[in-house]
Design a protein around this ligand. Structure first.
Ligand SMILES: [Zn+2]
Length: 105
């Protein structure tokens, strides 16, 4: 790895750059195979039933996907608000990118 301050190669096990003395912060890479959590609520391109709104909320907040779908369906059936809320969420929540975003984006 390289120093973020001076760009010189540094020992990853050391905490400071030997050339300029800058603190080396090793950002932990995300676990391989995990859903790319960018902090943004998105509609995933898989696991979707209509537009992926339920799957998006379930993934983002760690909820049970089937529970989210059942609750959404119940709210939509009994109040009529759920269908409108679903349509609004469909428009507002962006679709998840096809691939894992490049580092730094
Ligand atoms: Zn340095």
């Amino acid at each position: 790895m390289f120093c973020s301050q001076c760009g010189k190669p540094v020992d990853p096990s050391s905490r400071f750059c030997s050339a300029c003395g800058a603190t080396i912060s090793a950002a932990a890479p995300p676990p391989v195979g995990s859903y790319p959590n960018t902090g943004q609520l998105t509609r995933p391109r898989y696991n979707r039933m209509i537009a992926g709104v339920c799957a998006g909320f379930a993934l983002h907040y760690g909820w049970n996907l089937n529970l989210v779908r059942i609750l959404t369906a119940l709210v939509a059936l009994f109040t009529g608000v759920g269908a409108i809320a679903y349509l609004i969420a469909w428009v507002i929540i962006p679709e998840a990118p096809y691939a894992i975003p490049a580092k730094g984006l």
